[in-house]
Design a protein around this ligand. Sequence first.
Ligand SMILES: [Zn+2]
Length: 406
Amino acid sequence: MTLPYKAISQKQIKKNNRTLILSAIFHSQNITRKKLSEITNLAPSTVSNIVNPLVDKEILVETGLIKTETGKRAATITFNEDEPVVLGVRIQRNFIKAGIFNLKGNLKKEKKVEVKDFWDFENTINTLMKLIKEFKEITESPQKHVLSLGIASPGPIISRKDEIAFITNFPGWKNVNLKEYLTDKLNIDILIEHDVNAAILAEKYLGSYKKEDMIYFSVDRGIGAGILSRNKVLRGVLLTAGEIGHTSIKYNGPECECGNRGCLELYCSTTKLLEKAKKYRHEILPDEIQENELTVKSISEAAAEGNETAKKLLRENAYYFNIGLINLINILATPHIIIGGEIQEAGSIWLNMVKEFFAEKAMDHLANNVKIKFSKLQSSSSFYGAGIAAINHVINNPDIIYKKSP
Ligand SMILES: [Zn+2]
C-alpha cells in the first residue's frame, strides 16, 4: 500500500527551512529577522541559525536599521549585491546571450553572440561554452564564485530530465541531454529550462502583472506557453506541459515534426508569417528592398501604412493564434495572459486584432475577465528568466550556498 504522505527526515526539514528563508529574502529583497520568523512560522532561533552563517560568509548582508512596529530598530537582511553570482544563458535559433546575475536577480553584465549555424549542434555548443568560460573567468576569483548556470532553450524540453525532445526544423538537436553534455565540460551546477518556462518566471518577478497565475504565450519561430499556476511553473507528470504549439487546430492539416497534423505553430509562428510574406513581398515592400529585410516589423509597418496584403497576413496570423489562445484558456481558466516573442515586433496592430477575435469567439465569462498584454520585458523575458531559474535552483538546493567556502 502506498500512503499519500510520509514522515519527513530531519535533514529534509532543515533543507526545507533553509529554502523557505532564502525564498522569503529573495521575494522581499529587504527583510528583518523578526519578519522572516513571522511570515515563515519558524522560531526566531531557527531563523538566526539559518541566516547567521550566511551573514558570516557575506552571502547575506545586513543593511540599514529600520524601525519596527514596537519602536525598536532592527537590521534588514538582503543578498550581497556583488557576489556570489549565477549565470543565465538564453539560447535562440539565431543568437546566444549570457548574463551575470547577483542573487537579488539583478543583471550585472551581459553579452550576445550571433549564431549562424544553429543546425550544427556541436558548433553551437562550442560557441556557448566559449561564452560561459569567458564569463566564468571574469567572475571567478578566490573570493567570487559562480553558484549555478541556468540555460533557457527552445524545446519541447523534458524538464528536470534536462533533455531537449526536439527543436522544430533543427534535427541535430533531437533528444540531446544538454545538462549531461555541458556538466562534464564546465564543472558547474547546471539547470536547463524551457525558454517559455524561464520567461514566465521572469514575468513573475519583473513583468507587468506579477500574479500567482499567469500564462506566457510565446509566438516566435515556434510556439509554446509557460504556465504559472499558484506560483509554480506547471510542468505536468510527463514534464512537457504547455506545448500549445503542438495542439492540432486542423485534424487533416500538414504533418508536423512532433508526429501530429495541423499543429498550431504551423499556422501562426513567425516562421509561417515570414514564409507567407516572402511569397507576397512585392505587394508588401518597395522593389528596392531586399528579401532578407522582410521582418515582422516591416510587415507591421506596411500594414500600419494601409498595405492590404500586410494587413491580411497579420489578420490571418492573429486569427489562428486566437484559436490556440482560447483553447488554452478554456482548459486552464487563467485570467492574465502575456504574449512575447518575435511577434511583439508586429505591435499593437496585431495585438488589437487578437483582442477583437478573442472578444468575438471566447465565451462571455472569459471575454469579460481575461487580460491580454505584450510582455514589457520585450524579447528578454527568457534571458532574465534563465538567471532567475538559476537563483531558484540555488534556493531550492541550499546546500549549494551553505557548502560554498567563504
Ligand atoms: Zn506539432
